[in-house]
Design a binder for this molecule. Structure first.
Ligand SMILES: [Fe+2]
Ligand SMILES: [Zn+2]
Length: 453
């Protein structure tokens, strides 16, 4: 409860002029509440004033007599309500546009002015110092002009927001929007709907080719480039079309000629044993974004590859046992890697959700690299193993495993935050090269090509 003054108005577009209504004011709640509330805020932040001027409060929020020339297609009703509170920082404007209600706080509106003065036009960085904005800032003037909301601030600064921009950007936030919907898959469905390999020249020479591969990567969690010369240099060129190669303890581009010994690194991937489906580098605080593989020489026997859609597996777990899914969303699990001069370790959850939307954004699963479970209370141990068993059963289920043979000429990009990979045991020599690409940078390329916002 706080002292509040309300102005209401209805603004309608039509073929003719903007229609304005007179605004009525109402006042409520005793000033004592206002004072104590204001004190609390003063303790936390510097406020230039907690009481807006009376002249400002009595002002009509829309004062215009000009006609709006609005195309019939753009015709829409806009209603708004100005809430002026004495208890900062509650002052805001309510706008109803295109059927959506927006509650626009003045402090947010001033902070988000996108004009040339407030946003540097070369760097697109903010020039405005958010801390300089009084929490109880009030506009001098508010107008709807055509498809824009125009606000004049007390210092004379004028901000123009397009209503479309407000619809798209006003909170609750529209987080990183991928334009490409994900298609979750299992062994059956991926056979009928799967990535189309993009030929090497098209991929290297055209944005469209690169875009198609990245689109598949976003959709299915993996993408393919075909007709690539079977050598490390060509593979590196293909990888660098997406992003720079991430340096890790394995170097940048790696190359392995595995015959059954742990020749290069103390890691089972450099041997010839079969490997169950897993996510790579779970022991990094930020696991590698993409795993790139190019099989330069197939093994004479065995060595087939397998992929499992980690997001599909997660959904299966959630469907069968929502409690187990929730437990794996919030339970930290350690992973580690020990090598001659390395001791890498991270502690994080199996499923990570987007903080805004609650959508699944990352899956970590690697039983080979899993550390000692000393990160949870003793009485949760049975619950942990129960949830893990359900998850592992889904990971290892033949219903979810997509088996295929990697052959020279085809480079595969695997989203290492979503799709697990593994392989069958093999005999004889098998030559493989590849690298990791960073998550931020491959998504940056996807956004640059219009696949995400
Ligand atoms: Fe791996
Ligand atoms: Zn500005």
């Amino acid at each position: 409860m706080f002292l509040r003054k309300t102005c209401q108005g209805v603004l309608q577009y039509g073929k003719g002029c903007l229609k304005l209504q007179t605004f009525k004011h109402s006042t409520a709640v005793p000033p004592r509440v206002q004072n104590s509330s204001a004190k609390r805020y003063i303790g936390k932040a510097r406020l230039s004033s907690v009481t807006p001027s009376l002249s400002l409060l009595s002002r009509n929020i829309v004062t215009t007599s000009k006609c709006a020339q609005v195309d019939a297609a753009e015709k829409r009703n806009v209603t708004f309500e100005k809430i002026t509170s004495f208890s900062a920082p509650y002052s805001h404007l309510k706008i109803k546009v295109a059927g959506q209600s927006l509650q626009l706080y003045y402090v947010w509106l001033r902070d988000h002015c996108q004009c040339k003065q407030c946003i540097d036009q070369k760097t697109f960085q903010k020039n405005i110092v958010t801390n300089d904005i009084p929490l109880d800032i009030q506009p001098k003037e508010v107008n709807i002009e055509g498809d824009d909301l125009v606000i004049e601030w007390p210092d004379g600064h004028v901000t123009t927001y397009s209503l479309n921009w407000l619809l798209e950007n006003a909170y609750p936030g529209k987080p990183d929007i991928l334009q490409v919907p994900k298609v979750l898959w299992n062994a059956e469905t991926i056979k009928s709907q799967s990535p189309t390999p993009v030929p090497y020249q098209e991929y290297m020479d055209t944005d469209g080719g690169l875009r198609n591969m990245l689109k598949d990567l976003l959709t299915y969690g993996f993408g393919l480039v075909s007709e690539v010369p079977a050598n490390t240099d060509a593979t590196e060129k293909v990888a660098r079309r997406v992003a720079f190669v991430k340096e890790t303890l394995y170097g940048g581009m790696w190359y392995t000629r595995a015959t059954g010994e742990y020749k290069d690194y103390k890691d089972s991937s450099f041997s010839n044993v079969g490997l169950g489906s897993h996510i790579d580098t779970c022991y990094f605080n930020e696991p590698s974004g993409i795993q790139v593989f190019h099989c330069l020489q197939e093994a004479p026997q065995g060595g087939e590859s397998v992929l499992v859609d980690g997001f599909h597996v997660a959904m299966q777990v959630q469907k069968q046992n929502p409690d187990a899914f929730d437990y794996l969303v919030r339970t930290p699990i350690p992973h580690y890697c020990l090598d001659d001069q390395y001791h890498l370790r991270s502690v994080d959850t199996t499923f990570r959700l987007d903080p805004c939307t609650g959508d699944l954004v990352q899956f970590r699963y690697n039983n080979y690299d899993r550390g000692i479970i000393n990160t949870i209370p003793a009485d949760e141990i049975p619950r942990f193993y129960c949830a893990m068993k359900l998850l592992s059963q889904e990971v290892m289920s033949p219903d979810n495993e997509y088996w295929f043979k990697l052959s020279p000429g085809t480079v595969i990009f695997i989203d290492n935050w979503r799709t697990m990979h593994g392989r069958a045991e093999f005999a004889g020599e098998r030559i493989l090269c590849g690298c990791y690409l960073p998550r931020d940078d491959w998504l940056s390329k996807a956004r640059y090509l219009g696949l995400a916002k």
